[in-house]
Write a new protein. Structure first.
Ligand code: HEC
Ligand code: HEC
Length: 200
């Protein structure tokens, strides 16, 4: 008797959790795409990022420490509605951020297929190996670096974020990155973006 009551309690809790996470994720995928990979050039792919990096990003949006780009919901009931990541993160509890981070981190990062310039990509790789590989290792493919994933990330998004860093709008988690990024000219940054975009 006791065992069956306990079992019932457990299954209720489990299904409530499942409903919640589906609803939470549903909100995100209306822009970020099914499984966190969208066809939208300005919306980053968010599956497969480490849970730590993911939670850190959500915290930064919540505290408005990271710039929030005004954007439109791309699909679903609210399609066309304007919003941004700060507004979206504001009402998500810490517990729900944890659930979301776990959910997306357990999926595979999907590399975007993008148009890139081969010569620029080659130049970008040289710069990356010298200045970025230390923290964004194995060609910026590893979630476990807790530094986002640059390889196969949306090029428009990467360009925008490097501009935010350089303009002092997005804080650096590592001071050393500031030094490295500031040592590269505009053409070099462009080459880096083509390199990351070239990784399939
Ligand atoms: C209306 C469209 C939209 C919705 C809905 C949306 N996002 Fe975003 N998200 C964006 C855009 C655009 C960016 C990049 C621009 C920026 O940083 O403001 C972004 C950036 C992010 C990033 C940063 C990725 C990185 O590499 O640092 C994370 C994490 C993220 N979103 C998670 C979520 C989660 C979780 C949800 C659901 C609760 C969500 N987003 C809902 C549009 C959206
Ligand atoms: C000393 C370590 C370090 C070095 C060197 C470094 N980075 Fe980073 N980078 C990080 C960390 C840590 C983060 C995550 C920041 C955060 O938590 O907001 C990051 C984040 C980023 C992001 C944002 C990713 C996203 O998904 O939004 C970009 C873009 C980036 N780095 C580009 C570069 C480039 C290009 C170089 C080389 C010129 C470089 N970094 C060198 C540590 C480093």
């Amino acid at each position: 008797m006791l065992a069956s009551v306990a079992l019932l309690g457990f299954s209720c809790a489990a299904s409530a959790w499942a409903a919640d996470i589906d609803k939470l994720v549903g909100n995100c995928v209306s822009c970020h795409g099914k499984d966190g990979a969208s066809a939208e050039s300005d919306v980053p792919n968010i599956s497969g990022l480490s849970a730590d990096y993911f939670s850190g990003a959500m915290k930064a949006y919540k505290a408005k420490e990271r710039p929030c780009v005004e954007t439109k919901v791309r699909s679903g009931d609210k399609k066309g509605t304007k919003t941004d990541m700060c507004q979206l993160a504001k009402d998500i509890s810490e517990a729900d951020v944890k659930l979301l981070a776990k959910n997306f981190s357990e999926k595979k990062f999907v590399r975007a297929t993008q148009k890139f310039d081969g010569a620029l990509a080659k130049k970008g790789k040289e710069i990356h190996d010298k200045k970025c590989e230390k923290c964004h290792s194995e060609g910026a493919t590893l979630a476990s670096d807790d530094a986002g994933i640059l390889a196969g990330q949306k090029m428009a998004y990467l360009k925008e974020q490097t501009e935010f860093f350089l303009a002092g709008k997005r804080p650096y988690a590592e001071k050393k990155m500031k030094e490295k990024l500031e040592s590269i000219d505009k053409a070099g940054i462009d080459a880096l973006v083509h390199y990351y975009g070239s990784i399939k």
